[in-house]
Design a protein. Structure first.
Ligand SMILES: C[S@@+](CC[C@H](N)C(=O)[O-])C[C@H]1O[C@@H](n2cnc3c(N)ncnc32)[C@H](O)[C@@H]1O
Length: 342
Protein backbone atom coordinates (compact mmCIF):
# COMPACT_ATOMS: atom_id res chain seq x y z
CA UNK A 1 0.00 0.00 0.00
CA UNK A 2 1.35 3.41 -0.89
CA UNK A 3 0.88 6.24 1.55
CA UNK A 4 -0.48 9.51 0.18
CA UNK A 5 1.83 12.42 0.81
CA UNK A 6 -0.20 15.48 1.61
CA UNK A 7 1.28 18.88 1.80
CA UNK A 8 -0.66 21.28 3.98
CA UNK A 9 -0.09 24.82 2.85
CA UNK A 10 0.47 27.55 5.37
CA UNK A 11 -3.04 28.43 6.71
CA UNK A 12 -2.21 32.06 6.00
CA UNK A 13 -2.56 31.25 2.25
CA UNK A 14 -6.21 30.19 2.53
CA UNK A 15 -7.79 31.53 5.73
CA UNK A 16 -7.85 34.93 4.01
CA UNK A 17 -7.55 35.76 0.34
CA UNK A 18 -8.97 34.12 -2.81
CA UNK A 19 -10.02 30.80 -1.28
CA UNK A 20 -11.63 32.46 1.74
CA UNK A 21 -13.38 34.78 -0.75
CA UNK A 22 -14.94 31.82 -2.58
CA UNK A 23 -16.46 30.81 0.74
CA UNK A 24 -17.80 34.27 1.56
CA UNK A 25 -18.99 34.81 -2.05
CA UNK A 26 -21.29 31.80 -1.71
CA UNK A 27 -22.87 33.32 1.42
CA UNK A 28 -23.12 36.73 -0.27
CA UNK A 29 -24.83 35.13 -3.31
CA UNK A 30 -27.44 33.52 -1.06
CA UNK A 31 -27.90 36.87 0.71
CA UNK A 32 -28.52 38.64 -2.61
CA UNK A 33 -31.14 36.07 -3.53
CA UNK A 34 -32.81 36.36 -0.12
CA UNK A 35 -32.74 40.16 -0.21
CA UNK A 36 -34.42 40.00 -3.62
CA UNK A 37 -37.23 37.74 -2.38
CA UNK A 38 -37.73 39.68 0.86
CA UNK A 39 -38.02 42.97 -1.04
CA UNK A 40 -34.93 44.44 0.66
CA UNK A 41 -33.21 45.24 -2.65
CA UNK A 42 -36.28 46.98 -4.10
CA UNK A 43 -36.60 49.06 -0.96
CA UNK A 44 -32.95 50.14 -1.11
CA UNK A 45 -33.26 50.89 -4.82
CA UNK A 46 -36.25 53.14 -4.10
CA UNK A 47 -35.04 54.95 -1.01
CA UNK A 48 -31.27 54.38 -0.80
CA UNK A 49 -31.50 53.49 2.90
CA UNK A 50 -33.24 51.01 5.19
CA UNK A 51 -33.30 50.06 8.87
CA UNK A 52 -30.59 47.54 9.83
CA UNK A 53 -32.98 44.72 10.70
CA UNK A 54 -36.66 44.01 10.19
CA UNK A 55 -37.59 47.70 10.60
CA UNK A 56 -40.57 46.80 12.76
CA UNK A 57 -41.92 44.17 10.36
CA UNK A 58 -42.64 41.51 12.95
CA UNK A 59 -43.11 38.84 10.27
CA UNK A 60 -39.34 38.90 9.75
CA UNK A 61 -36.73 37.74 12.21
CA UNK A 62 -34.47 40.67 13.06
CA UNK A 63 -31.26 38.65 13.27
CA UNK A 64 -31.83 36.87 9.97
CA UNK A 65 -32.38 40.16 8.15
CA UNK A 66 -29.26 41.59 9.81
CA UNK A 67 -27.23 38.55 8.72
CA UNK A 68 -28.40 39.10 5.12
CA UNK A 69 -27.25 42.72 5.34
CA UNK A 70 -23.90 41.67 6.87
CA UNK A 71 -23.17 39.36 3.94
CA UNK A 72 -24.16 42.13 1.53
CA UNK A 73 -21.89 44.53 3.40
CA UNK A 74 -19.00 42.09 2.88
CA UNK A 75 -19.76 42.20 -0.86
CA UNK A 76 -19.98 46.04 -0.77
CA UNK A 77 -23.57 45.86 -2.01
CA UNK A 78 -24.70 47.75 1.08
CA UNK A 79 -22.96 49.66 3.83
CA UNK A 80 -24.00 49.15 7.44
CA UNK A 81 -23.66 52.70 8.71
CA UNK A 82 -24.17 52.12 12.38
CA UNK A 83 -26.20 49.47 14.15
CA UNK A 84 -29.38 51.15 12.89
CA UNK A 85 -29.10 52.01 9.22
CA UNK A 86 -28.10 50.36 5.96
CA UNK A 87 -27.38 52.39 2.82
CA UNK A 88 -26.52 51.34 -0.72
CA UNK A 89 -22.86 50.47 -1.22
CA UNK A 90 -20.51 50.90 -4.21
CA UNK A 91 -21.61 47.57 -5.79
CA UNK A 92 -25.35 48.17 -5.25
CA UNK A 93 -26.35 49.30 -8.75
CA UNK A 94 -24.52 46.43 -10.44
CA UNK A 95 -25.83 43.85 -7.97
CA UNK A 96 -29.38 45.19 -8.37
CA UNK A 97 -29.09 44.88 -12.16
CA UNK A 98 -27.84 41.29 -11.69
CA UNK A 99 -30.37 40.27 -9.04
CA UNK A 100 -32.28 37.93 -11.38
CA UNK A 101 -29.15 35.84 -12.00
CA UNK A 102 -28.62 35.36 -8.26
CA UNK A 103 -32.27 34.52 -7.64
CA UNK A 104 -32.20 31.99 -10.51
CA UNK A 105 -28.95 30.48 -9.18
CA UNK A 106 -29.69 30.26 -5.45
CA UNK A 107 -33.44 29.97 -5.06
CA UNK A 108 -34.15 28.40 -8.44
CA UNK A 109 -31.26 25.94 -8.77
CA UNK A 110 -29.62 25.81 -5.31
CA UNK A 111 -30.94 22.40 -4.34
CA UNK A 112 -29.72 20.77 -7.56
CA UNK A 113 -26.25 22.33 -7.16
CA UNK A 114 -25.90 21.06 -3.62
CA UNK A 115 -27.05 17.62 -4.81
CA UNK A 116 -24.35 17.36 -7.50
CA UNK A 117 -22.62 14.33 -5.91
CA UNK A 118 -25.86 12.36 -6.07
CA UNK A 119 -26.67 13.62 -9.55
CA UNK A 120 -23.24 12.40 -10.68
CA UNK A 121 -24.32 8.79 -10.13
CA UNK A 122 -25.42 7.21 -13.42
CA UNK A 123 -27.85 4.93 -11.58
CA UNK A 124 -30.03 7.85 -10.34
CA UNK A 125 -30.19 9.72 -13.66
CA UNK A 126 -33.63 8.79 -14.92
CA UNK A 127 -37.16 9.97 -14.23
CA UNK A 128 -37.59 13.00 -11.98
CA UNK A 129 -34.08 12.78 -10.51
CA UNK A 130 -33.51 16.46 -9.58
CA UNK A 131 -35.58 19.32 -8.23
CA UNK A 132 -35.62 23.01 -9.05
CA UNK A 133 -37.90 25.74 -7.74
CA UNK A 134 -39.64 26.59 -11.02
CA UNK A 135 -41.42 29.62 -9.59
CA UNK A 136 -38.03 31.11 -8.74
CA UNK A 137 -36.58 30.03 -12.10
CA UNK A 138 -39.47 31.84 -13.84
CA UNK A 139 -39.08 35.02 -11.75
CA UNK A 140 -35.28 34.98 -12.16
CA UNK A 141 -35.66 34.50 -15.92
CA UNK A 142 -38.05 37.43 -16.15
CA UNK A 143 -35.55 39.68 -14.38
CA UNK A 144 -32.73 38.37 -16.61
CA UNK A 145 -34.75 39.13 -19.75
CA UNK A 146 -35.92 42.56 -18.57
CA UNK A 147 -34.03 45.24 -20.39
CA UNK A 148 -32.17 43.97 -23.42
CA UNK A 149 -34.26 40.97 -24.50
CA UNK A 150 -37.60 42.70 -23.85
CA UNK A 151 -36.44 45.82 -25.69
CA UNK A 152 -35.55 43.67 -28.71
CA UNK A 153 -39.01 42.08 -28.56
CA UNK A 154 -40.69 45.48 -28.45
CA UNK A 155 -38.72 46.57 -31.50
CA UNK A 156 -39.51 43.41 -33.50
CA UNK A 157 -43.22 43.33 -32.63
CA UNK A 158 -43.57 47.03 -33.40
CA UNK A 159 -42.48 46.38 -37.02
CA UNK A 160 -45.46 44.13 -37.84
CA UNK A 161 -48.52 44.44 -35.59
CA UNK A 162 -49.23 41.27 -33.63
CA UNK A 163 -52.79 39.92 -33.66
CA UNK A 164 -52.27 36.80 -31.57
CA UNK A 165 -49.13 35.65 -29.85
CA UNK A 166 -48.27 32.30 -28.25
CA UNK A 167 -45.40 32.29 -25.75
CA UNK A 168 -43.90 28.81 -25.27
CA UNK A 169 -42.41 28.10 -21.83
CA UNK A 170 -44.06 31.35 -20.76
CA UNK A 171 -42.75 31.21 -17.15
CA UNK A 172 -44.01 34.23 -15.20
CA UNK A 173 -46.23 35.33 -18.12
CA UNK A 174 -44.84 38.84 -17.93
CA UNK A 175 -43.85 38.95 -21.61
CA UNK A 176 -47.44 38.32 -22.66
CA UNK A 177 -48.75 40.87 -20.17
CA UNK A 178 -46.31 43.36 -21.63
CA UNK A 179 -47.29 42.56 -25.24
CA UNK A 180 -50.97 42.89 -24.32
CA UNK A 181 -50.26 46.30 -22.77
CA UNK A 182 -48.36 47.58 -25.80
CA UNK A 183 -50.71 46.07 -28.42
CA UNK A 184 -54.28 46.68 -27.21
CA UNK A 185 -55.79 44.55 -30.00
CA UNK A 186 -53.52 41.56 -29.43
CA UNK A 187 -54.61 38.30 -27.83
CA UNK A 188 -52.15 36.13 -25.95
CA UNK A 189 -51.76 32.48 -25.09
CA UNK A 190 -49.09 31.06 -22.79
CA UNK A 191 -47.95 27.44 -22.56
CA UNK A 192 -45.77 26.02 -19.80
CA UNK A 193 -45.08 22.54 -18.48
CA UNK A 194 -44.72 23.63 -14.84
CA UNK A 195 -47.81 24.09 -12.69
CA UNK A 196 -45.96 26.73 -10.63
CA UNK A 197 -45.30 28.77 -13.79
CA UNK A 198 -48.88 28.34 -15.00
CA UNK A 199 -50.14 29.67 -11.66
CA UNK A 200 -47.72 32.60 -11.77
CA UNK A 201 -48.68 33.52 -15.35
CA UNK A 202 -52.41 33.12 -14.67
CA UNK A 203 -52.11 35.43 -11.64
CA UNK A 204 -50.13 37.95 -13.74
CA UNK A 205 -52.87 37.98 -16.40
CA UNK A 206 -55.58 38.44 -13.76
CA UNK A 207 -53.68 41.21 -11.96
CA UNK A 208 -53.26 43.00 -15.30
CA UNK A 209 -57.03 42.72 -15.87
CA UNK A 210 -56.57 40.95 -19.21
CA UNK A 211 -59.65 38.74 -18.89
CA UNK A 212 -60.15 36.58 -21.98
CA UNK A 213 -57.40 38.37 -23.90
CA UNK A 214 -54.80 36.13 -22.23
CA UNK A 215 -55.08 32.42 -21.49
CA UNK A 216 -52.44 30.10 -20.02
CA UNK A 217 -52.27 26.34 -20.62
CA UNK A 218 -50.24 23.65 -18.94
CA UNK A 219 -48.56 21.56 -21.61
CA UNK A 220 -45.36 20.13 -22.97
CA UNK A 221 -44.17 22.15 -25.97
CA UNK A 222 -42.42 19.04 -27.30
CA UNK A 223 -45.76 17.22 -27.53
CA UNK A 224 -48.07 20.10 -28.39
CA UNK A 225 -51.12 19.32 -30.52
CA UNK A 226 -53.22 21.79 -32.53
CA UNK A 227 -55.99 23.49 -30.49
CA UNK A 228 -58.64 26.00 -31.50
CA UNK A 229 -56.87 28.79 -29.55
CA UNK A 230 -53.67 28.19 -31.53
CA UNK A 231 -55.32 28.41 -34.95
CA UNK A 232 -55.13 32.21 -35.30
CA UNK A 233 -51.68 32.68 -33.76
CA UNK A 234 -49.48 34.77 -36.07
CA UNK A 235 -46.50 35.21 -33.73
CA UNK A 236 -44.82 32.48 -31.67
CA UNK A 237 -42.22 33.39 -29.08
CA UNK A 238 -39.99 31.19 -26.97
CA UNK A 239 -37.47 32.66 -24.55
CA UNK A 240 -34.89 30.79 -22.47
CA UNK A 241 -36.39 27.35 -23.03
CA UNK A 242 -35.33 26.45 -26.59
CA UNK A 243 -32.56 24.23 -25.22
CA UNK A 244 -35.31 21.96 -23.88
CA UNK A 245 -36.09 21.11 -27.54
CA UNK A 246 -32.75 19.29 -27.84
CA UNK A 247 -30.95 16.93 -28.68
CA UNK A 248 -30.84 17.60 -32.43
CA UNK A 249 -33.48 15.18 -33.77
CA UNK A 250 -35.93 16.18 -31.06
CA UNK A 251 -35.29 19.86 -31.78
CA UNK A 252 -35.94 19.43 -35.51
CA UNK A 253 -39.12 17.45 -34.75
CA UNK A 254 -40.34 20.16 -32.33
CA UNK A 255 -39.59 22.99 -34.76
CA UNK A 256 -41.50 21.10 -37.48
CA UNK A 257 -44.34 20.44 -35.05
CA UNK A 258 -44.66 24.17 -34.29
CA UNK A 259 -45.44 24.76 -37.95
CA UNK A 260 -48.33 22.27 -37.78
CA UNK A 261 -49.61 23.42 -34.37
CA UNK A 262 -49.54 27.11 -35.38
CA UNK A 263 -50.53 26.92 -39.06
CA UNK A 264 -50.91 30.72 -39.44
CA UNK A 265 -47.62 31.60 -37.69
CA UNK A 266 -45.76 34.22 -39.70
CA UNK A 267 -42.83 34.44 -37.33
CA UNK A 268 -41.14 32.55 -34.54
CA UNK A 269 -39.03 34.71 -32.24
CA UNK A 270 -36.72 32.40 -30.32
CA UNK A 271 -34.18 33.59 -27.78
CA UNK A 272 -31.80 31.42 -25.80
CA UNK A 273 -28.35 31.17 -24.29
CA UNK A 274 -26.00 28.91 -26.25
CA UNK A 275 -23.20 26.59 -25.12
CA UNK A 276 -19.76 28.12 -25.28
CA UNK A 277 -16.83 26.02 -26.42
CA UNK A 278 -14.24 27.46 -24.08
CA UNK A 279 -12.90 26.48 -20.66
CA UNK A 280 -14.07 28.97 -17.96
CA UNK A 281 -11.50 31.61 -17.06
CA UNK A 282 -11.12 34.67 -14.88
CA UNK A 283 -13.14 36.82 -17.32
CA UNK A 284 -15.99 34.33 -17.79
CA UNK A 285 -19.19 36.40 -17.67
CA UNK A 286 -21.95 36.10 -15.11
CA UNK A 287 -24.37 33.20 -15.69
CA UNK A 288 -22.24 31.09 -18.08
CA UNK A 289 -20.74 28.77 -15.48
CA UNK A 290 -24.05 28.38 -13.61
CA UNK A 291 -26.09 27.87 -16.79
CA UNK A 292 -23.74 25.27 -18.27
CA UNK A 293 -23.25 23.43 -14.96
CA UNK A 294 -26.94 23.15 -14.05
CA UNK A 295 -27.79 21.75 -17.49
CA UNK A 296 -25.01 19.17 -17.14
CA UNK A 297 -26.46 18.20 -13.74
CA UNK A 298 -29.94 17.92 -15.24
CA UNK A 299 -28.72 16.04 -18.34
CA UNK A 300 -30.08 18.72 -20.70
CA UNK A 301 -28.06 19.14 -23.90
CA UNK A 302 -27.08 22.72 -24.69
CA UNK A 303 -26.64 23.49 -28.38
CA UNK A 304 -23.96 25.80 -29.75
CA UNK A 305 -24.93 28.63 -32.13
CA UNK A 306 -24.16 26.77 -35.37
CA UNK A 307 -26.24 23.77 -34.28
CA UNK A 308 -29.30 26.03 -33.99
CA UNK A 309 -28.82 27.26 -37.55
CA UNK A 310 -28.59 23.71 -38.87
CA UNK A 311 -31.80 22.70 -37.02
CA UNK A 312 -33.75 25.78 -38.28
CA UNK A 313 -32.82 24.99 -41.89
CA UNK A 314 -33.72 21.31 -41.59
CA UNK A 315 -37.06 22.05 -39.88
CA UNK A 316 -38.19 24.54 -42.54
CA UNK A 317 -37.64 27.83 -40.69
CA UNK A 318 -35.75 30.64 -42.39
CA UNK A 319 -33.55 32.72 -40.12
CA UNK A 320 -34.20 36.34 -41.13
CA UNK A 321 -32.07 37.98 -38.42
CA UNK A 322 -29.93 37.11 -35.41
CA UNK A 323 -29.20 39.47 -32.51
CA UNK A 324 -26.58 38.62 -29.89
CA UNK A 325 -27.20 39.88 -26.37
CA UNK A 326 -24.88 41.17 -23.67
CA UNK A 327 -27.46 40.33 -21.01
CA UNK A 328 -27.71 37.42 -20.74
CA UNK A 329 -24.16 36.73 -21.91
CA UNK A 330 -23.96 34.24 -24.83
CA UNK A 331 -27.63 34.93 -25.62
CA UNK A 332 -29.03 35.04 -29.17
CA UNK A 333 -32.41 36.12 -30.42
CA UNK A 334 -33.42 34.55 -33.74
CA UNK A 335 -36.12 36.04 -35.98
CA UNK A 336 -37.53 33.12 -37.96
CA UNK A 337 -40.23 32.73 -40.57
CA UNK A 338 -41.61 29.67 -42.36
CA UNK A 339 -39.34 28.83 -45.30
CA UNK A 340 -42.43 27.74 -47.26
CA UNK A 341 -46.10 28.48 -46.69
CA UNK A 342 -48.13 25.71 -45.03
C1 LIG B 1 -35.91 29.53 -17.90
S1 LIG B 1 -37.64 29.60 -17.80
C2 LIG B 1 -38.03 30.95 -18.93
C3 LIG B 1 -39.38 31.55 -18.68
C4 LIG B 1 -39.83 32.64 -19.66
N1 LIG B 1 -39.85 32.16 -21.04
C5 LIG B 1 -38.99 33.88 -19.57
O1 LIG B 1 -38.44 34.31 -20.59
O2 LIG B 1 -38.90 34.48 -18.50
C6 LIG B 1 -38.09 28.19 -18.77
C7 LIG B 1 -39.56 27.89 -18.73
O3 LIG B 1 -39.83 26.88 -19.69
C8 LIG B 1 -40.68 25.92 -19.10
N2 LIG B 1 -40.48 24.64 -19.82
C9 LIG B 1 -39.38 23.84 -19.81
N3 LIG B 1 -39.57 22.78 -20.60
C10 LIG B 1 -40.81 22.90 -21.12
C11 LIG B 1 -41.59 22.11 -22.02
N4 LIG B 1 -41.11 20.96 -22.55
N5 LIG B 1 -42.83 22.53 -22.33
C12 LIG B 1 -43.33 23.67 -21.81
N6 LIG B 1 -42.64 24.45 -20.96
C13 LIG B 1 -41.39 24.09 -20.62
C14 LIG B 1 -40.28 25.88 -17.64
O4 LIG B 1 -41.31 25.37 -16.81
C15 LIG B 1 -39.99 27.36 -17.38
O5 LIG B 1 -41.13 28.05 -16.94
Amino acid sequence: MTSVQTHSPDPATWTRGPVADIFSSYVAATALSSAQELGLLDRLAETGAAPFGNGGDERLNDEVVQSVYRALHWAEVVEIKDEETVVTGPAFDAAFAARGYFYWLVRGCGEAFSEAPRLALEEVRSGAFYRRDMRAVAIGSRLIGDGEVEALFDEILARTPVRKIADLGCGSGQRLVRVAGRHPEARCVGVDISSASVRLATDAAREAGLGERMTVHQGDVLRLEPRPEFAEVDTVSCVFMGHDFWPYDSCVATLERLRRVFPRAERLVLCDVVRTQEVPRADTPIFQLGFETIHALMGVYLPALEEWHKAFAEAGWRCDAVHSTTTPPNGYLFELSPATRN
